[in-house]
Design a protein around this ligand. Structure first.
Ligand code: ATP
Ligand code: MN
Length: 250
């Protein structure tokens, strides 16, 4: 009990610290108690030392940079309350990794974050360059920060592409490798591919589904359209159908 009280006290102090100090730069409204607890756990486990600034405020999650010793990491914090969890629920359907999750909002978001972590691992294993996943705790994901001189790597929509043919080949190859590993990204476009150190890095794999998902085929078709349309705008003669054939082998 003394230990529990001490843990509570430490946690309260920590929470006060991240709410109050400039060092953590976190807006209070974003986080509920459980999120502070998750961040606290990640700090205790040595995955985060101090927050940098926000790099993105999305519909469902905010992404921050953080220090972890000498390294800088990216921390994606899903907001349990503003999360569009009904939509999220649909992406867990048919996924054998997340059977029986049910309808509870908190559980759905937590399963989603574990799914993003697992998808990153699987993509990595399949030979697709993604941010290295480091840790996951409840609604918080810690991963490698893809950055050049401290600034977040630019998305494909933000850079001038010198050689679209090569870039297209790489993306098509990544999509095929993902598919062979049983995954469809589900939100692939120039907005979820970043350019770093002469490499293309695929990000945002939370919604990626396994081939078992009832809409996996439609998602793949949409990904292929998005990617082919983008490269067509760069002057290439490619279509979504061609890419679909290449990726799925059908
Ligand atoms: P959106 O709804 O805008 O697609 P999201 O909330 O799903 O965003 P992500 O796409 O994963 O979140 O991240 C949002 C943005 O933050 C990305 O477009 C990218 O610029 C940046 N970002 C995310 N993860 C990383 C990372 N590991 N390294 C560098 N930048 C990142
Ligand atoms: Mn995104």
């Amino acid at each position: 009990d003394r230990i529990a009280r001490r843990r509570d006290r430490e946690f309260n102090e920590f929470r006060k610290r991240i709410k109050d100090t400039e060092r953590f730069k976190l807006e209070e409204s974003v986080f509920d108690e459980a999120t502070y607890a998750a961040i606290y756990k990640l700090v205790q486990d040595g995955h985060i030392d101090a927050f940098g600034g926000p790099i993105s405020t999305g519909k469902e999650a905010n992404v921050y940079t953080a220090k972890a010793g000498e390294a800088e990491v990216a921390v994606k914090v899903y907001r349990i309350n503003s999360s569009d969890f009904k939509d999220m629920r649909g992406y867990l359907d048919g996924d054998p990794r997340f059977e029986g999750i049910g309808q509870d909002k908190r559980k759905v978001v937590m399963a989603w974050v574990r799914k993003e972590f697992a998808n990153l691992k699987r993509a990595q294993k399949a030979g697709v360059r993604v941010p290295n996943p480091i840790a996951v705790e409840r609604n918080v994901l810690v991963m490698e920060y893809i950055a050049t001189d401290g600034d977040r790597a630019k998305r494909l929509n933000e850079v001038h592409i010198e050689n679209p043919e090569t870039a297209y080949e790489v993306v098509a190859e990544y999509m095929q490798r993902l598919y062979d590993a049983g995954l469809v990204h589900g939100d692939l476009s120039e907005y979820n591919i970043v350019f770093h150190d002469g490499q293309l890095v695929v990000i945002d794999l939370g919604q990626a589904v396994t081939k078992h998902h009832p809409n996996a085929g439609d998602f793949l078709e949409r990904d292929c359209e998005n990617v082919a349309d983008f490269f067509a705008r760069q002057g290439m003669d490619v279509t979504g159908e061609q890419l679909y054939e290449f990726v799925s082998g059908e």
